[in-house]
Design a protein around this ligand. Structure first.
Ligand SMILES: [Zn+2]
Length: 344
């Protein structure tokens, strides 16, 4: 038996009577101070107000009588025994536990954000470094073919000019990395890209005629070459592909299925040729090049100069955010200066 104390209204006068409700099985009885007020009415013929917050609740009897109580817990027991208002009870308990619900939701959002921000880049790095050379070669040659077809034309630089740059490139590689990639330097003309350089995951670095013509000394070109070598060494292009493709590709790759990587690599031409790297990767490549300069006692000014000139000479593509390119360049120039300052 469930016993509930409350107030009884007979539905005729507005007078309130202190009363006790008893629930035995499916039957409700209400007793006042001088005896029974309502005899054994089946619960199925009564209406229970749905719970709203922590206010008192009512049971309405046939004929208009009402029993009100603040003892919501006991009413829940009665409902439970009768299976009434189940949905509303769930809503009610959620209302009472809204803080728990809010905290759980915030926890889920935080977890997804942390996973995306920290775990995916770490896993993407592992995958990019574990890829077999055949995959790297394959996606790189596909990318080069696509760029040659869409954006690049044969170089018109003199052999003398390119020979000097190739010699510098080779000397830099002797210092920083020979062992892990088959590095190659290619020259192309590209009115669409303008002054630019990019690197393919296999180790091929491409420099446009426009960039060579824009440079004013060898140090500027060396800074660019070191920056691109860093992108290769750190596998920034493949890491970007995997990171951008997201969680499902990461899980598949970790399980040994590399087919997703090959199809996701369709985004490689856009990433390498349109500066699609994250700020973190650009900063890492700048830092690598700047530290090489600083260790040799060279000024980083040529690196800053060529960056500034490149940003001014970006071909205007309708709809492209030129302003954001400029802001990013200003930030990179500032960071190069700060690096030189702290490593003096
Ligand atoms: Zn870069």
């Amino acid at each position: 038996m469930i016993e509930v104390r409350g107030t009884y209204f007979d539905g005729i006068s507005s007078e309130a009577h202190e009363a006790t409700l008893h629930c035995v099985g499916e039957l409700l009885t209400i007793r006042g101070a001088f005896g029974p007020l309502i005899h054994a009415v089946p619960l199925s013929r009564c209406d229970l107000d749905p719970p709203v917050g922590k206010t008192s609740r009512s049971i309405r009897f046939p004929g208009g009588a009402v029993f009100e109580t603040a003892d919501c817990d006991s009413l829940i027991l009665i409902e439970r025994s009768a299976g009434k208002n189940r949905m509303m009870r769930i809503v009610h308990s959620l209302e009472l536990r809204w803080k728990t619900v809010a905290v759980s939701l915030a926890g889920i959002v935080l977890f997804v954000w942390l996973f995306h921000t920290y775990a995916i880049p770490i896993l993407a790095k592992k995958i990019a470094f574990a890829l077999p050379p055949q995959v790297t070669e394959e996606v790189s040659s596909q990318t080069m073919r696509a760029l040659d077809y869409h954006l690049l034309k044969p170089s018109e630089l003199t052999a003398e000019k390119t020979a000097g740059i190739r010699k510098d490139f080779s000397a830099l590689l002797d210092d920083v990395d020979r062992a892990h990639f088959i590095y190659r330097l290619e020259f192309r003309r590209s009115p669409v890209m303008g002054p630019n350089a990019f690197a393919l995951p296999s180790g091929t670095v491409v420099m446009t005629d426009e960039l060579v013509n824009l440079s004013e000394n060898e140090a500027e070109i060396r800074g660019i070459l070191l920056h691109e070598i860093a992108h290769v060494k750190e596998r920034h292009a493949l890491r970007s592909v995997v990171q951008n493709a997201g969680i499902f590709l990461v899980i598949a790759a970790l399980a040994g299925d590399l087919s997703g990587i090959s199809s996701a690599a369709a985004s490689l031409p856009t990433i390498v040729a349109h500066a699609g790297y994250s700020r973190t990767f650009e900063r890492e490549a700048d830092r690598f090049a700047a530290l090489y300069f600083i260790r040799r006692g060279w000024s980083v000014k040529p690196m800053q100069d060529i960056l500034g000139r490149m940003a001014k000479n970006v071909p205007r593509i309708p709809g492209e955010a030129v302003l954001s390119t400029h802001l990013a360049t200003e930030e990179r120039i500032r960071e190069l200066g700060a690096l030189a300052e702290t490593n003096r």
